[in-house]
Design a binder for this molecule. Structure first.
Ligand SMILES: NC(=O)c1ccc[n+]([C@@H]2O[C@H](COP(=O)([O-])OP(=O)(O)OC[C@H]3O[C@@H](n4cnc5c(N)ncnc54)[C@H](OP(=O)(O)O)[C@@H]3O)[C@@H](O)[C@H]2O)c1
Length: 299
């Protein structure tokens, strides 16, 4: 990711978010039946956008819609089932979307899985983790790219990522060189990295191959998502902006409820990034939430 230090760029605060959107601004959030995704739908709805809440499980999605209704926030929220790891589900979502809307403005790729409890590092489900967190977000993005309203000022992708997937966590020199070579980076080269990881897992040598050491499969999935975000940011410069956001250690089911702040706090920061005013809009950045310093864009 292209990054900048906090000295070069002031922290992003609520004041940054001068309102440019309306209820005609449409945001889609994946994995939004709970956690940060659900909190972000609430935040967007409160701010007056039209939101598409998606969930892989129909019943859990409808429950989330019921909760929004109780809060009086469901007026401009629509629900459609979407499993990002299932191509058929993505196809159904695209058909559903096209039957109701012409285009949209903001895509938040939030859905993700981890099968590790805090402090564990099993790779038993590495295939599912990579297939959901990286391939799923990628294939959903590819399906939705043609449907962006395509305004350099308003078309935005925000990939909810993690510091666990930043390049400094990767000690494998060969893999790191591929991901650092921005000029030549593309989907095939990212896939080569992901495939090398899965081969190392299958061969039982992943621990000594220089992959990230915490939540290894999850971290590799986010490493790939960050790299893909860079590829898209360069490819769609002036058409769609693409940024990543790490919400920090947040109290959700992914962390067994542990964390430094709530999902609502994380969603407030995510919304600020997703809704940056056109004059401050960035692309190819990795934003990280910091409980003590507010929002920073980091190296
Ligand atoms: N919590 C943290 O400390 C933390 C830190 C850094 C980054 N993040 C990132 O923040 C994002 C949100 O995580 P969270 O903490 O809110 O976790 P969470 O509460 O476990 O929520 C994850 C959401 O993703 C959904 N999901 C999983 N697989 C899916 C699929 N194949 N298709 C569609 N939806 C799917 C889940 O649906 P089900 O309910 O059906 O499982 C759930 O709605 C993730 O990208 C995560 O990596 C979280």
């Amino acid at each position: 990711m292209v990054t900048s230090t906090t000295r070069e760029q002031p922290p992003i605060t609520c004041h940054t978010a001068a309102k440019w959107w309306s209820k005609d601004t449409i945001a889609i959030v994946t994995g939004a039946n709970k956690g940060i995704g659900y909190a972000l739908v609430k935040q967007f709805a409160k701010l007056g956008l039209t939101v598409v809440l998606t969930a892989r499980d129909q019943a859990r999605g409808l429950e989330a819609m019921d909760s929004l209704k109780v809060l009086g926030l469901d007026d401009n929220v629509h629900f459609c089932q979407l499993d990002i790891a299932d191509r058929a589900s993505i196809g159904s979502f695209v058909s559903w979307f096209k039957s109701r809307f012409e285009s949209f403005d903001i895509l938040v790729n939030n859905a993700a899985v981890s099968f590790n409890a805090m402090g564990e590092n099993s790779i038993d489900y590495a295939d599912i983790v990579i297939n959901t967190n990286y391939n799923g977000s990628k294939q959903f993005t590819e399906a939705m790219l043609p449907l962006f309203r395509r305004s350099a000022f308003t078309s935005r992708i925000l990939n909810i990522s993690s510091r666990l997937g930043t390049l400094d966590k990767l000690k494998n020199i060969e893999m790191k060189a591929i991901l650092e070579d921005i000029e030549r980076l593309n989907e095939d080269r990212i896939q080569a990295v992901v495939s090398a990881f899965l081969q190392d897992v299958a061969a039982g040598r992943w621990k000594d191959a220089g992959w990230p050491e915490i939540w290894t499969d999850y971290s590799v999935s986010k490493l790939a998502l960050n790299a893909y975000s860079q590829v898209l940011a360069r490819r769609y410069e002036g058409v769609v902006t693409v940024n990543c956001f790490c919400p920090g250690f947040t109290q959700t089911s992914m962390t067994d409820g542990k964390g430094n702040h709530s999902a609502d706090d994380a969603a407030e920061m995510a919304a600020m990034i997703a809704l940056l005013p056109p004059r401050r809009l960035t692309t190819g950045k990795f934003y990280a939430a910091s409980t003590t310093r507010g929002m920073i864009s980091k190296l």
